[in-house]
Design a protein around this ligand. Structure first.
Ligand SMILES: *[C@@H]1O[C@H](CO)[C@@H](O)[C@H](O)[C@H]1NC(C)=O
Ligand SMILES: *[C@@H]1O[C@H](CO)[C@@H](O)[C@H](O)[C@H]1NC(C)=O
Ligand SMILES: *[C@@H]1O[C@H](CO)[C@@H](O)[C@H](O)[C@H]1NC(C)=O
Ligand SMILES: *[C@@H]1O[C@H](CO)[C@@H](O)[C@H](O)[C@H]1NC(C)=O
Ligand SMILES: *[C@@H]1O[C@H](CO)[C@@H](O)[C@H](O)[C@H]1NC(C)=O
Ligand SMILES: *[C@@H]1O[C@H](CO)[C@@H](O)[C@H](O)[C@H]1NC(C)=O
Ligand SMILES: *[C@@H]1O[C@H](CO)[C@@H](O)[C@H](O)[C@H]1NC(C)=O
Ligand SMILES: *[C@@H]1O[C@H](CO)[C@@H](O)[C@H](O)[C@H]1NC(C)=O
Ligand SMILES: *[C@@H]1O[C@H](CO)[C@@H](O)[C@H](O)[C@H]1NC(C)=O
Ligand SMILES: *[C@@H]1O[C@H](CO)[C@@H](O)[C@H](O)[C@H]1NC(C)=O
Ligand SMILES: *[C@@H]1O[C@H](CO)[C@@H](O)[C@H](O)[C@H]1NC(C)=O
Ligand SMILES: *[C@@H]1O[C@H](CO)[C@@H](O)[C@H](O)[C@H]1NC(C)=O
Ligand SMILES: [Cu+2]
Length: 581
């Protein structure tokens, strides 16, 4: 059985009857949005092409809600492609049907159809984003999701004068669907993007793009809240504003202990709020704000830089000075491979962890998981040559050496209708079947197996998951994302994780709480979370460049499900193999 929209609607109704939402004591609002998925001709880098948009906007419309509000977003598909929209970072407490990954929590919305995403924002405030969650449509279908504190509740930092989203993206002159399809066919890495963008604009460092530059116009002596979102598909990005220091105050819609920095690092799928205090007087200069990638793997990558311009408004001389005559200062960004910066920056991120915003870090652990994360190979599926590490192989991303095979029925639906045993198995290994020196000389056999495998977890299980990068086909930093959950990053290090020694150094007091974390290149990261959200959980792996693409439909997943038999969790595994296999 494939995906049938009508069935989904029926399931939705019956699901609602079993889900009991707590009553909220505060006055929450229901906010309605309508998303029309449409094609639009857009020109960047002097290339005009038709892109998929929401409401003809690129980036798409900003969603603004307060903590506690319900969002009802009606998505209407007017294009030929199937689509679904994911509300990245939203915890989706008992609303797993609204999470959005196609074939995991729902069938895609087909041409001419619509789907209403219905969920409440619970216990989160800050910046998140939304994006298409099927194939590579998220290359152009994304936008900011701003969660303000409840009415009357202040920020735990200086009230900003203005708030500005800064969304990083990637632009291909070619059709991104053609790029990913080609990569899946050949087993090689997808063609790298032609530019990075800020709010959809490449900026002056690219050919033919001076007019397509994001300009942040500010007044002297004010505090601005910059809501940074990395909606790029493949690259972790360094970002800096020339001659300015920023204060990091939030990450993935959780407040952090504020700290000052000249440069930040943001992985695909991460969001962060920065306070920018402008200079007290008109500085007689303009300032470039620029981003470029942090690169650790062996593959090709887009080695270019995006820039926007920070422009001060002059209060007195507005009429007789020209911005063009001012000196333009440029920021100095870390080297492309500056892992030392990456480590230091990660260590600076701490939960605010005060009485108002406590860090409820699980102190005891019921279940330990150890996942190796990295690359491997699949045999060339076609009768011709492939473009993996050899011409007989295709690149494959895997967890514990298993690549996720995306089913053609949504996993949540399969579970809900009792058809799970035809769609997936629950024997996903919770540790590597064959241990090896993960960061040493790689094994000769790099082949992965594949399947739609999950791990079942009892409700309210306290989980520790150690994710270990492997050096198979090159150590690399891999951003990993958990759906429907935040987790605490309790430890990280280089080399192989040592279960006897490393836990002694965990931070169980104020570790950063987030939904996406970079597994260090040639190292490991330990996260903890409480499995308290009956609904759906899914860990998605955002590989950098080539691997990311190969894992795109869609990458590594942990799927949490809720069923009639009572809450259960199921951790699904990742996907990489060619769908044509
Ligand atoms: C859209 O999704 C349906 C249901 O999964 C599938 O049968 C159909 O082939 C898809 N169409 C395209 C163009 O991918
Ligand atoms: C985009 O441009 C092409 C060629 O000019 C045109 O045929 C097409 O209708 C345009 N599409 C949209 C959505 O405007
Ligand atoms: C949204 O979900 C809530 C809670 O399940 C339900 O009461 C409400 O009727 C739903 N609204 C729509 C428009 O489906
Ligand atoms: C990818 O790049 C290669 C080499 O430049 C080119 O031949 C091919 O057409 C590109 N593929 C797509 C889908 O643009
Ligand atoms: C900005 O430039 C001025 C003048 O060169 C310098 O004194 C100051 O330290 C710089 N500030 C930052 C944050 O780079
Ligand atoms: C402002 O900068 C320009 C160009 O750097 C310079 O020519 C001018 O004298 C400066 N004006 C002031 C008031 O410093
Ligand atoms: C980073 O790259 C530079 C220049 O390519 C190289 O000299 C240096 O060894 C690299 N550093 C690391 C830590 O890989
Ligand atoms: C593979 O190619 C060979 C030689 O071109 C041909 O004889 C064989 O039938 C092909 N096999 C398949 C499965 O396409
Ligand atoms: C694959 O690579 C091998 C070794 O480089 C070469 O001998 C062989 O001809 C290649 N096969 C094809 C079909 O290109
Ligand atoms: C794993 O390999 C690394 C690099 O070769 C080496 O330094 C380390 O000692 C090895 N660890 C074990 C446990 O063999
Ligand atoms: C791996 O391959 C190398 C070179 O072919 C060989 O010397 C080595 O014994 C192999 N290792 C294993 C564990 O098979
Ligand atoms: C992956 O799974 C498919 C379908 O289950 C199977 O046909 C294929 O042989 C598998 N590939 C590998 C490398 O195990
Ligand atoms: Cu997400």
């Amino acid at each position: 059985m494939g995906c049938v929209a009508l069935l989904i609607r029926i399931f939705l109704l019956s699901f609602i009857t079993v889900a009991v939402l707590p009553m909220h004591a505060y006055a929450a609002t229901t906010r309605h949005y309508k998303f029309h998925i449409k094609l639009k001709n857009v020109t960047r880098l002097c290339h005009t092409k038709s892109i998929v948009t929401v409401n003809d906007q690129f980036p798409g419309p900003r969603i603004v809600a307060r903590e506690g509000d319900r969002l009802l977003i009606n998505v209407v598909n007017h294009i030929q492609n199937n689509i679904s929209i994911h509300w990245h970072g939203i915890r989706q407490i008992r609303s797993g049907w609204a999470d959005g990954p196609a074939y995991v929590t729902q069938c895609p919305i087909q041409t001419g159809q619509s789907y209403v995403y219905n969920f409440t924002v619970v216990g989160q405030r800050g910046t998140l984003f939304w994006h298409a969650h099927i194939s590579w449509l998220r290359a152009t279908v994304y936008g900011a999701l701003v969660i303000l504190p409840k009415r009357g509740i202040p920020y735990p930092f200086t009230k900003p004068y203005k708030e500005v989203p800064i969304i990083f993206g990637e632009w291909w002159n070619a059709d991104p669907e053609a790029v990913i399809n080609q990569a899946l066919q050949t087993g090689g890495g997808p063609n790298v993007s032609d530019a990075y963008t800020i709010n959809g604009l490449p900026g002056p460092l690219y050919n033919c793009s001076a007019e397509d530059t994001f300009k942040l116009k500010v007044k002297p002596g004010k505090t601005y809240l910059l809501r940074l979102i990395n909606a790029a598909l493949n690259d972790e990005l360094f970002f800096s504003i020339a001659n300015h220091t920023v204060k990091v105050v939030e990450a993935d819609a959780v407040y952090v202990k504020p700290f000052d920095t000249n440069t930040i690092l943001i992985a695909p799928g991460q969001t962060t709020n920065l306070l920018l205090k402008t200079k007290p007087q008109f500085p007689n200069a303009t300032f470039l704000m620029s981003a470029r990638p942090y690169v650790t793997g062996l593959g090709t990558f887009d080695n270019s830089s995006v820039a926007g311009i920070l422009e001060y408004e002059s209060s007195n001389s507005k009429t007789h000075f020209s911005v063009k005559k001012l000196q333009l200062l440029k920021p100095i960004l870390p080297a492309l491979n500056d892992t030392s910066f990456a480590t230091k920056f990660a260590n600076k991120l701490r939960s605010l962890a005060n009485t108002r915003f406590p860090a409820n870090v699980p102190q005891k652990v019921d279940k330990h998981f150890f996942f190796t994360i990295g690359l491997g190979t699949n045999p060339c599926q076609h009768n011709n040559t492939c473009q993996g590490p050899t011409n007989r192989t295709m690149f494959a991303a895997s967890i514990n050496n298993i690549s996720f095979a995306l089913p053609n029925t949504a996993l949540l639906q399969a579970h809900f209708t009792g058809q799970s045993n035809r769609i997936y198995t629950t024997d996903f290994p919770t540790k590597p079947i064959v241990p090896f020196n993960y960061t040493g000389t790689p094994p000769n056999n790099t082949m992965v197996s594949n399947g739609t495998k999950l791990v079942v977890l009892p409700f309210n299980t306290s989980v520790e998951l150690v994710m270990q990068d492997t050096s198979i086909l090159g150590a690399e930093s891999h951003p990993v994302h958990l759906h429907g959950f935040n987790f605490f990053v309790v430890g990280q290090g280089f080399g192989n994780f040592n279960p006897n020694k490393d836990p002694a150094n965990y931070n169980l007091v104020d570790p950063v709480e987030r939904n996406t974390v970079g597994v260090p290149s040639g190292g490991w990261v330990a996260i903890r979370f409480l499995a308290d959200n009956p609904g759906e959980l899914l860990v998605k792996m955002e590989f950098l460049y080539m691997v990311h693409a190969l894992s795109s439909r869609d990458s590594h997943k942990l799927g949490l499900e809720d069923g009639l038999e009572g809450p259960r969790w199921e951790i699904a595994q990742s996907k990489v193999a060619s769908p044509t296999s």
